[in-house]
Design a protein around this ligand. Structure first.
Ligand SMILES: *Cc1c(COP(=O)(O)O)cnc(C)c1O
Length: 354
């Protein structure tokens, strides 16, 4: 068991900060005469019943998630999308103009984005070309060089390359690094692998995020989940805005968690769609390389990604142009769509002559 003192990692001023105490937390009963939160007791101008503040700690959802993932409720933080989880984590642990995070591009840009907004230093160690695995020697030297490094961000399956990051490498980082190791599992469901959440007992410095935005198909509800040891979650709760997840998103999440088999059904349709796209792309001459995918998108390389991107737009097919990302010259990323959308994409691609 890796012992890390989270109290020594958190920004010093947060260590003794008191969480904002909302009216809804001071009295937790369900019935009573609620005259504590300056709400409108009659109702809502919009119609419907929207006059009461939602549960600031989203306990009903956490109860369900705790059962599903076999963790304690206190090890769960819910955010307005996993974007908010990332933002709150960075703001809790990284001191502006002093601390740093490490990212391994090409990767999801949100980690850098929130760090940049807080004036937090960003160390970049590129993934290895073509395999898109971690460059462990280079990461190790950054760790050695940078005592101000607080969080290493890993995305597995990696967006936009689609591959899982070797679990052995992640485990080495968890053992060797005395800051936080963050594993983004937004696409885990499409990989068939087990979650790192089950390893929280072993590693005090492990932080995992998942989301309702992809396999659950609930991107507009904005609901992300972060799992970490209790002390990490405690500090995040301390600085978060009190009502960060609205009532409707909470209700939707509760419904979804009673129907996880529906998600599994979507996942199997999407992985079948991914296989179809993989097979088809491999036989299109203009496609030079199709990268393996454990996610619901595929990265592929062509001679001129900008030209192909523009051509697809003309046919009202929108993919992600990754041509300018490090290591991804000539690459486009296509999300798996419905069967009809996938077929349309392939047929338009086949008509391209350039
Ligand atoms: C889509 C995505 C997320 C999810 O973000 P939300 O804010 O929960 O919608 C997280 N990480 C990665 C790598 C993603 O691609």
């Amino acid at each position: 068991m890796k012992k890390i003192n989270i109290d020594e990692l958190v920004r010093p001023h947060i260590l003794h900060m008191k969480p904002y105490s909302s009216a809804r937390l001071e009295y937790e009963g369900n019935d009573g005469v609620f005259l504590d939160a300056n709400e409108n007791p009659y109702g809502s101008v919009s119609g419907g019943q929207h006059n009461r503040y939602p549960d600031p700690l989203q306990m009903q959802i956490k109860e369900k998630l705790a059962k599903v993932e076999q963790v304690r409720e206190e090890q769960i933080f819910l955010g307005n999308g996993s974007d908010e989880c990332i933002d709150v984590l960075v703001r809790a642990f990284c001191e502006p103009q002093k601390d740093a995070i490490l990212v391994c591009p090409p990767v999801f840009s949100m980690y850098e984005h929130v760090a940049e907004a807080q004036n937090i230093d960003i160390a970049r160690v590129l993934l290895q070309p073509e395999t898109f695995q971690l460059d462990m020697p280079a990461i190790r030297s950054k760790i050695a060089e940078m005592p101000n490094l607080k969080i290493i961000f890993i995305c597995s399956p990696n967006n936009p390359t689609g591959n899982l990051i070797h679990a052995d490498d992640i485990e080495v980082l968890l053992q060797e690094f005395s800051g936080l190791v963050f594993v983004d599992e937004a696409y885990l469901d499409f990989s068939g692998q087990t979650t790192w959440v089950h390893r929280l007992q072993e590693f005090d410095n492990l932080v995992v995020i998942q989301t309702f935005s992809k396999s659950y198909g609930m991107a507009d509800a904005r609901l992300g989940i972060l799992y970490a040891q209790e002390r990490v979650v405690h500090f995040m709760n301390t600085i978060k805005l009190p009502y960060n997840v609205n009532q409707y998103s909470q209700e939707l999440a509760l419904k979804a968690l009673d129907k996880i088999s529906v998600k599994d059904q979507y996942v199997s349709e999407l992985t079948a769609g991914r296989d179809y796209l993989m097979n088809e792309l491999a036989f299109i001459p203009l496609v030079q390389k199709v990268y393996p995918s454990d996610a619901n998108y595929i990265l592929f390389r062509v001679q001129d990604a900008n030209a192909l991107y523009a051509y697809l737009i003309q046919h009202k097919i929108i993919v992600r142009n990754r041509d300018s990302a490090p290591l991804l010259k000539g690459c486009l990323r296509v999300s798996v769509g419905t069967e009809a959308e996938n077929q349309r994409f392939i047929s338009v691609l086949k008509q391209y002559s350039n």
